[in-house]
Design a binder for this molecule. Structure first.
Ligand code: MTE
Length: 319
């Protein structure tokens, strides 16, 4: 690997500034295409063979203590009923259009208030970490929900490696901007690129992961390949897809849906059945595949792990 060889750079990822800028220049010139020729082999055979199209027989190869035992949403629904406005605004648009996205080579830039800024090839970004199947309830702000077996690793792994300074209070994320492949970016339905953010303690919470797969397989493009955020106690739009940049910042960063409609979509966006969306109730949800609606749970049922982060905050004001 030209930019960072797995064998000759330790996973502690010490990157002095000179090397960093050399890497940047290198990236800007010819290196990306050459490096991308290296196979991206994240997944073991064991993982792939554990996969089944009808989720009934699928079992996690790498279960985690955070997994819910609820019935999984079928793979077909997880991969054909999507929100990914870069590929269109209808639920079926992402699965129809996302094939246009080139995901190799892929780089992720880590910058801001950190001791170790760097630009990684995806493979090097992910390789040091143990992937787990994280079976999470997911609740969309539009009132539907799914149970999705993500494959990923804690965001805190990345944060520890970057070594944020005391000035880092929030983490900002950015999606790829490439309008010739993401045709949705050719119109102004949202301000591009899509951006999201978390407070540092939210980013460090063990439930917060970066996903590179689902159902034990590589992440489909419509679900945010090759790398997306998953924050199960927040509405789904916090789960920014196809991430190319992670920045450690001092102030609360802008978020795409808050920019679009600040009175409808707050920065925190914790699942809260007691705070209605201005145009609809959030008290109930429809689990995809079920007929009757079910009550929505505070923090999407993850209160034990996350409620303490918000003690003393008025969650109606900080919605
Ligand atoms: N990320 C980007 N870059 N663009 C988007 O339009 N949509 C968000 C979120 N991440 C979106 C995004 C919304 S509104 C939801 S509900 C989830 O992705 C949907 O994720 P899924 O399609 O994998 O279920």
């Amino acid at each position: 690997m030209v930019i960072k060889k797995q064998n000759d750079i330790p996973s502690s990822e010490i990157t002095d500034e000179k090397l960093y800028f050399n890497r940047r220049n290198f990236l800007k010139t010819a290196a990306v295409a050459a490096a991308g020729a290296t196979a991206y082999t994240l997944f073991s055979k064991k993982n792939s063979s554990a996969f089944a199209q009808d989720n009934n027989s699928w079992k996690p190869a790498n279960p985690s203590k955070f997994d819910t035992t609820e019935t999984l949403t079928p793979y077909k629904d997880v991969t054909t009923y999507n929100n990914f406005y870069e590929f269109g605004v209808d639920k079926s648009d992402p699965s129809e259009n996302a094939w246009r996205l080139t995901t190799t080579p892929w780089t992720v830039e880590v910058d801001g208030n950190v001791k170790k800024p760097a630009i990684y090839h995806l493979e090097d970004f992910v390789k040091p970490y143990k992937l787990e199947d994280r079976i999470y309830r997911m609740r969309c702000v539009e009132g539907w929900s799914m149970v999705i077996p993500w494959l990923g690793f804690p965001l805190s792994d990345i944060i520890k490696r970057a070594e944020p300074t005391a000035a880092a209070k929030f983490v900002a994320f950015q999606t790829l901007y490439r309008p010739n492949e993401m045709m949705g970016q050719q119109n102004n339905v949202l301000q591009w690129p899509y951006v999201e953010g978390l407070r540092m303690d939210e980013a460090m919470n063990p439930l917060t992961i970066l996903a590179v797969g689902l159902y034990g397989k590589t992440l489909p493009k419509q679900d945010g390949a090759p790398l997306r955020l998953v924050v199960p106690w927040k509405y789904g739009f916090k789960g920014i897809k196809s991430i190319v940049k992670i920045s450690f910042v001092g102030n609360q960063p802008p978020t795409s849906w808050n920019r679009y409609a600040p009175n409808e979509y707050g920065f925190y966006s914790n699942v809260n059945p007691n705070v209605d969306h201005p145009r609809w109730s959030q008290a109930r949800e429809r689990r995809i595949g079920e007929f009757f609606k079910r009550p929505t749970l505070m923090f999407n049922g993850y209160g034990d792990q996350v409620a303490s982060m918000y003690s003393g905050m008025d969650l109606r004001k900080y919605f």
